[in-house]
Design a protein around this ligand. Structure first.
Ligand code: CMP
Length: 136
């Protein structure tokens, strides 16, 4: 039996700044994702720290939180069968240099920090991340 799954996607400041949000949403649509909810927001550094709490011991944590709060982002709930995995495949490797041809990060990513999109890495984290941005 198959069922629709939800995942959280973020179009990061580097992509929003370059006005790529419409094009990236179109890529999700043409790959069979339904954008169930979306909003364009700017978060505070404290909110970014909360969102990326799993990375708090990593050396890149501070820069990562500065970066995510540096400009507008688009947060979306994406729906599709196996959405978490399908989104990770469509995004490509975290470092755009390692991302495969045809992936969003290969096409638009600038660096490991400015890698244009975030996606939940598990079904469990997808629920936590969706709740973080869409509590209401
Ligand atoms: P994202 O999928 O949003 O999750 C955490 C982010 O940390 C990741 O994308 C990268 O943009 C960023 N990052 C910076 N340095 C590293 C690193 N060495 N390993 C993994 N992620 C990193």
């Amino acid at each position: 039996m198959s069922s629709t799954e939800q995942t959280l996607s973020i179009i990061k400041p580097d992509a929003v700044e370059r006005n790529l949000d419409r094009e990236i949403k179109e890529i999700f649509n043409t790959n069979g994702f339904k954008i169930f909810k979306e909003k364009k927001i700017q978060i505070t550094k404290a909110e970014a720290e909360q969102f990326y709490k799993v990375h708090e011991t990593k050396p890149f944590y501070n820069d990562l939180c500065d970066y995510l709060s540096s400009g507008p982002i688009v947060v979306m709930i994406l729906e599709k069968e196996n959405a978490v995995l399908a989104n990770r495949e469509l995004m490509g490797a975290t470092n755009p240099k390692d991302a495969k041809e045809g992936t969003i990060r290969k096409k638009f990513g600038i660096s490991i920090d400015k890698n244009s999109v975030h996606g939940s890495d598990s079904v469990e984290n997808a629920k936590i991340e969706i709740n973080f941005f869409f509590k209401d």
